[in-house]
Design a protein around this ligand. Structure first.
Ligand code: SF4
Length: 323
């Protein structure tokens, strides 16, 4: 198999089964710098749309992966940043559709849906999963730390305009952070914004993977259930579900050899997400899945050094490593 630059996985995903990831921008090219971003901090947010990665090469890699066969439930435009920043996304989607009948999804922060050309570019896709993590402008700035020209009002307007003219599905993801956007008042404002967007469903999440900033803390299961109950009472006909996993059980499709290899590596030395991605030849998003599970199992811990986050084996796993 030749080296892949833009296609990764299939990654086991709670919502999309075996999801083949397509990465359309370089690492952390994004309009936002979310507090909870599992990829780490965005050095500089941007609104500049261009062909960050060549679509011709993306399609060539995709063709090859599809030829290899194997189970793929969704082709998902996601990855290292905001995929709609790639100017050629509107040309890519119909080309993917010509290659395969596998449905195509996009995970987007939704900020660029303010532009009619971006809404038009996503017209042929099957599923759009945009985000809404705040009910107030203040919390939008605090949680999503967007490019200065962006606002929550614009984000909601753009997402609502898109959803109104779209024939596919819109699943709206809401990331809740403890003591930041989970108050009754904030949830009420979030519900009001969701009513404007009118998605097919609302998916509540919280930080169960390593976040960018230690300030981003998870709600526990009971708190998430309470938020779900409250939002459901406000939204009535729009289903609200919890997508964050608390079971601590590993995804059935998680590769045990890779999981053990990462753990063994961390027993010997601390490593960043980028180190592990380079060492194991895996996309950062794949490594994050394994790290998330190892963190949930308390087999590893996070250590901050400046702005760089390291993963280390927990004291129980290796008492001698860092006393
Ligand atoms: S979570 Fe998504 S939108 Fe937020 S900074 Fe990370 S890549 Fe960008």
């Amino acid at each position: 198999m030749t080296e892949r630059h833009y296609i990764f996985g299939p990654v086991p995903s709670r919502r999309l089964g075996f999801s083949l990831g397509v990465d359309l921008v370089p690492y952390k090219t994004c309009t936002q710098d979310c507090l909870y971003c599992q990829l780490g901090p965005t050095d500089k947010t941007t609104l500049e749309r261009k062909e960050y990665v060549p679509i011709v090469e993306v399609l060539a890699e995709l063709r090859e992966v599809l030829r290899e066969g194997g189970r793929i439930d969704w082709i998902t435009l996601s990855g290292s940043g905001e995929p709609t920043l790639n100017l050629k996304i509107g040309e890519l989607i119909p080309e993917i559709k010509k290659l395969t009948k596998i449905p195509v999804a996009i995970l987007t922060n939704g900020t660029l849906l303010i532009y009619p050309e971006v809404r038009e570019a996503l017209r042929e896709i099957d599923l759009v999963v945009p985000s809404l993590d705040a009910g107030s402008e203040e919390n939008f700035r605090r949680v999503n730390r967007p490019y200065p020209e962006l606002s929550l009002k614009k984000l909601v307007r753009g997402t609502a305009d898109f959803a109104a003219g779209f024939s596919g599905q819109v699943w709206l993801e809401v990331m809740l952070l403890k003591d930041i956007n989970d108050s009754g008042d904030e949830l009420e404002q979030i519900a009001r914004r969701i009513k404007t967007i009118r998605p097919e469903n609302v998916q509540l999440n919280t930080v169960v993977r390593p976040p960018a900033d230690a300030e981003a803390r998870a709600l526990d299961h009971d708190q998430l259930r309470a938020a779900q109950k409250f939002l459901q009472s406000q939204l009535v006909s729009i289903p609200v579900e919890i997508v964050a996993g608390f079971s601590g059980k590993r995804d059935k499709v998680m590769n045990e050899d890779i999981r053990m290899a990462i753990l063994t590596y961390l027993k010997r030395r601390p490593a960043t997400l980028g180190d592990l991605s380079a060492t194991f030849g895996l996309h950062r998003n794949e490594v994050i899945k394994y790290l998330g599970h190892l963190l949930e199992e308390k087999k590893i811990k996070e250590r901050l050094s400046g702005r760089e986050k390291y993963f280390v084996c927990s004291a129980e796993e290796n008492p001698g490593l860092w006393g």
